[in-house]
Design a binder for this molecule. Sequence first.
Ligand SMILES: Nc1ncnc2c1ncn2[C@@H]1O[C@H](COP(=O)(O)OP(=O)(O)OP(=O)(O)O)[C@@H](O)[C@H]1O
Ligand SMILES: Cc1ncc(C[n+]2csc(CCOP(=O)(O)O)c2C)c(N)n1
Ligand SMILES: [Mg+2]
Length: 336
Amino acid sequence: MTKTTSLTSLAQAGEFGLIERIKRQAQQGDSVVLGIGDDCSATHVAEGKVLLTSKDLLIEEVHFRRCWTDMYSLGRKSAAVNLSDIAAMGGTPHHLYLGVGLPADLSLAEVDNFSRGFLDEVDQAGASLCGGDTCRSSDKLIISVTVQGSVSATQMLSRKTAQEGEALFVSGTLGDSALALALLLRGENPSDFLCQRHHRPTPRLALGQALAQQGIATSMIDISDGLLSDLGHILKQSALGAHIDQQQIPLSSDTRQHLHDHPADEDLILQGGEDYELLFSAPSCCSDAIDALGHRLNLPLTRIGTLLAAEQGLTLVQLNGQEQRVEARGFNHFRS
Ligand SMILES: Nc1ncnc2c1ncn2[C@@H]1O[C@H](COP(=O)(O)OP(=O)(O)OP(=O)(O)O)[C@@H](O)[C@H]1O
Ligand SMILES: Cc1ncc(C[n+]2csc(CCOP(=O)(O)O)c2C)c(N)n1
Ligand SMILES: [Mg+2]
């Protein structure tokens, strides 16, 4: 057996050495019958719940640049963006599967930092890494994560159950991540706050679960491709229109200051992606419960608009007070 302490390269560790290193760091929750190490994992599904499963890829130069992020943050983000999809259904995450295609120029220390970040995010969510796949990639770092969670079937929140007349809310602030990315692409240095928002998104798990369990929200989605695009999915699947008030969209002070100086960047708020905040609909009578929940979680929950009949389409009251019909546009892998 190879001694692991003095290893520095992927070649020295080898495929199975790498898997062993990840396995040693991974904790297993009670629902895991068989974790890393066999042909499949085996896990229990809680009785009376439905299984939620989602997958997200992160590809170098498409989702991240290695020169912009440290590997620990990339590991955390790879888990977080997947956990965010479980949050969007009102669910509790349980099991994750990590596929990696590793270019030969990565050092073992970088891979260790990546897995440490991934596992810290998984642990924080109370979930377990149960398996994955490891292979060499010819050039780019490729990350493919599958997450499983559960939710009571009667409490699950989907995109297709919003109702006309209900209010639309978002958590947190919008546009910070897209602004950080825009600045990085322009060769500028985003503030530490903006960098955190881009490289270390927070999956809103406690919020998603509370909205589902308390029966407050009627539909929900996490904002990965931008507010208008992701709202567009709720509108399409619920056969509705909506009215958004741009003045109400919650901004961080860094983003507000930037827009004051660079108003041309306003579209980043509406169409920039990777906020990983939750967008949800709720009857207007739930406003007090939503306020109380926001206070309890120490997270702003802001009403930004109203759901209308489908014929009314998607309209935006702009900052100048003018109402304009808008497209449900945002990040699109084959268009932007
Ligand atoms: N190649 C594919 N094969 C089968 N289903 C897919 C494929 N790509 C996406 N889907 C499905 O299409 C739906 C929308 O996928 P999408 O990736 O846009 O999810 P999202 O949650 O809106 O965004 P994000 O990827 O940022 O999490 C999901 O149900 C997803 O499982
Ligand atoms: C280098 C670099 N270029 C562009 C972006 C922007 N970006 C990539 S994927 C995505 C949406 C969510 O992804 P998905 O829909 O695949 O889940 C966004 C906004 C980035 N983060 N890094
Ligand atoms: Mg999603």
